[in-house]
Design a protein around this ligand. Structure first.
Ligand code: ARG
Length: 460
């Protein structure tokens, strides 16, 4: 049984049920590298400041390094009997170096220690996710580049609206991911603050050099208020929120892939290796992968809501409730990292039906707006042009024709401003190619956007 760090004032042993209820080692063992890195920095500072001897400091640091190496190699595995990773590492240390190890915790509490560990962990997680998002952005750009001239219907209300190019649609997701990546990176300024030196809640009587520890651990600064520092989990919530937003974007993209892959749309097919079958219906080929990304978005939102709810009633400073920050964080990190990796791979497994995409623009009056805009060019007010075009659409719809199928005579009947030159305005190609305004769907404009994106990503 792993001994407690706090046995002195107790007459009875901890109840076994309480022991397993209270302990966090089952999940916080994931923080061992951060815990040891924090302890090494703290210990070096204690030695440098003369709070412990240089010799003690050196031997503790060496032993911690050895514990870390053994844990990396899984020669040393935390025993679930310990209360938490902090207790485990300290016990291992004392076993290794004897009484000197008992000095490590001078000027420190598990409250500021765990706050430090989690900050170090989230900092690493942000660096990783920024890399993974970038990979997914690359996959989008690579696919978009192949579809600069692939015309398809753009939708509003899931009704055919106007022709667009597929690359423009895909690059919309690029923009979302770009914001997500930036959002994670910007959160670093709030994560990268050292809480150590706050001790339990009130700070320390020892003359600790907090700046030295901050510098050694690569923190940009130190926390300004010890009570805030030990009870603040804003940076975890921020990660969970940023992850929720990212998952929402991945979920929307997944939803589109699922729709487009359906028999009703048949815009895209997902390769066999990224689909699964049915145990009863032999013909089925199901898009489980994007469905699961969409589904896992729910648990990430749940994690955010869970921690927000844990935090809302907590009085200052540390409360054990805060231990609940870890599982939601770890689960979120695992989920988003996996989803990003899977999404990136999935994008490479999509084959678009270019003909079908284009043909889908031929029904549904997708160029009605172009007709109205043509009339504006002929001096008609936009409101009038809208009205006239609306009547033309109604007429065409009644005769079962599309706009480009109407004769000059038929159109002139609605407006004398319409001339023979209207016809190129009514084709999907004409429609997209005129939208050269910055941010629009004209292939040339989209191409420029892709070139900019490639530059941002360092792709050639
Ligand atoms: N396992 C605890 C947590 O995750 C570590 C801090 C314990 N502090 C305390 N005062 N009991 O929050």
């Amino acid at each position: 049984m792993g001994d407690k760090l706090w046995g002195g004032r107790f007459r009875m042993k901890t109840d076994l049920l309480v022991n397993s209820f209270n302990s966090s080692i089952g999940f916080d063992k994931r923080l061992y590298a951060q815990d040891i890195a924090g302890s090494i920095a703290h210990c070096r500072m204690l030695g440098r400041c003369g709070i412990i001897s240089e010799n003690e400091s050196v031997s503790i640091i060496e032993a911690l390094g050895e514990i870390k190496r053994r844990m990396d190699r899984r020669e040393l595995v935390p025993d679930d009997d310990y209360e938490d990773i902090h207790s485990f590492v300290e016990k291992m240390l004392v076993e290794n170096v004897g009484p000197a190890g008992e000095k490590l915790h001078t000027g420190r509490s598990r409250n500021d220690q765990v706050a430090l560990d989690v900050r170090l962990y989230v900092r690493d997680a942000v660096a990783r996710i920024a890399g993974l998002i970038k990979e997914a952005m690359k996959a989008l750009v690579i696919m978009a580049e192949k579809h600069i001239d692939t015309i398809m219907p753009g939708y509003t209300h899931l009704q055919r609206a106007q022709p667009i190019v597929l690359a423009h649609h895909l690059m919309a997701y690029y923009e979302m991911l770009k914001r997500d990546r930036k959002r994670f990176q910007e959160s670093l300024s709030r994560i990268n603050v050292l809480p150590l030196g706050s001790a339990a809640l009130a700070g320390s009587t020892f003359k600790l050099d907090r700046d030295m520890v901050a510098e050694e651990l690569g923190f940009a600064g130190i926390s300004a208020n010890s009570m805030d520092a030990v009870s603040d989990r804003d940076f975890v919530l921020e990660y969970l929120f940023d992850a929720s937003l990212l998952m929402m974007h991945l979920s929307r993209l997944s939803e589109e892939i699922i729709l487009w892959n359906s028999q009703e749309f048949r815009f895209v097919s997902i390769s066999d290796s990224f689909c699964t079958g049915s145990s009863i219906m032999p013909q089925k080929k199901n898009p489980d992968v994007p469905e699961l990304i969409r589904g896992k978005t729910g648990r990430v939102y749940g994690n955010l809501m869970g921690l927000l709810t844990v935090m809302k009633g907590l009085p200052l400073a540390y409360n054990k409730d805060l231990q609940e920050d870890k599982e939601v964080l770890f689960d979120t990190v695992d989920t988003v990292e996996m989803c990003l990796e899977v999404m990136k791979a999935l994008l490479g497994e999509l084959t678009f039906d270019i003909e079908r995409l284009k043909n889908s623009c031929s029904k549904g009056f997708l160029t009605a707006t172009d007709l109205a805009e043509y009339l504006v060019g002929r001096g008609v007010t936009f409101r009038q042009a809208h009205e006239i075009t609306g009547r033309i659409v109604l007429y065409a719809s009644d005769c079962g024709k599309e706009l480009h199928e109407l004769s000059m005579e038929e159109m002139k009947g609605f407006s004398r401003q319409i001339g023979q030159d209207i016809y190129p305005w009514l084709t999907p190609e004409g429609s997209v190619s005129r939208r050269t305004l910055k941010g629009g769907t004209a292939p040339d404009t989209v191409k420029e956007g892709i070139a900019r994106a490639k530059e941002e990503l360092g792709l050639d």
